[in-house]
Ligand binder design. Sequence first.
Ligand code: SAH
Length: 373
Amino acid sequence: MNYIFPNLKAHSQNSDKLTSSIYSLIDKLKKHRILSETELCFILDNISLKEIPYLYKASFVVKEKYYQNRVYLRGIIEISNYCKQGCFYCGINSQNQKIERYRLSQSEILAACRIGYDLGYRTFVIQGGEDTYYTDQLMVEIIKEIKVKCADVAITLSLGEKSKESYQKLFDAGADRYLLRHEAASRRLYETIHPKYMFYDTRRECLSNLKEIGYQVGAGFMVGLPTQTNDDLVEDLLYVKSLEPHMVGIGPYLCHEDTPLRGSKSGTLQETLVMVALTRLLLPKVLLPSTTALGSLDPMGREMALEAGANVLMPNISPTENRILYEIYPDKICITDTSGQCRNCIENRIIARGHVVDLSRGDHFDIEKKLKS
Ligand code: SAH
């Protein structure tokens, strides 16, 4: 059962009066970059397909002001599907006995980076389950070696929760950015989708530690989770507004049958895009990925996200034979492609919609300005 966006259905027809109230709130948000909790909730409770083009246009215009029609590319390497955590939604959680586990060696990770570098990528995202095989020492070595062999790249890590000391070591070794979605800003919802040994406060503390250390930080959340309400989603919006991360990853929740949440309903494309667009209006300069989960939900999902204010795409550069095993959610796209095929496919999709590929490091607007000056 989904409790979010009651009017976001094909047959919902808002009255003109309701439509103009929603338009006024979108205008106000665009101008002031903030709305009250009640106003944000009003949008989520009432928005229908009729108001969607207006919202996406507003978000797109704000994105254009800072990033024009550029789309940044990051090559993502999924290094391991071993995980000590037990997130109820995630297909690689430690309880899932049905999947074959894999991890990439240091040389395999370096080889994937080499391929990515030759394809033109200047950011690598190193993502994985929380796999204790990769000690701080090993990660430090990997980061340093990448930085020697591919000197002008930015390294983004997405390896889950660690102590502040570990984050510091990896930063000192040369990691530039860290993606750690907060998953759900509502304490009730966070606790509903995680086991008792995973703590809401720890996740938040990790994010503030990462910021303090000096990483460019990515938070983020899923849309359409079981029991999620519009109030919960408003909490996500207000949390990212207050944290002011450099990136926000927003994707639909996609039900995986080999998890404790089996049998639940998944989030939808439009629900997710509305959250992407509202996030852009709240944080005009933020980097917003058009997530692979959106492309998995709808063949045109990622292109639609670009039109709703997203400006980053993450083509896969993992070895093709491992991709199928990194099944955090079902029906993931691009799992049989080579890295070169992903590169071409993504570029064609970007150009077809009137955007251009930007192969620079793709830093946040403020950081790029600082680096240039
Ligand atoms: N271990 C890392 C990487 C997790 S995978 C970490 O903890 O950050 C990256 C993201 O995929 C997660 O943060 C989560 O938001 C998303 N994800 C996991 N399972 C999902 C599912 N079933 N549907 C949609 N997104 C999912």
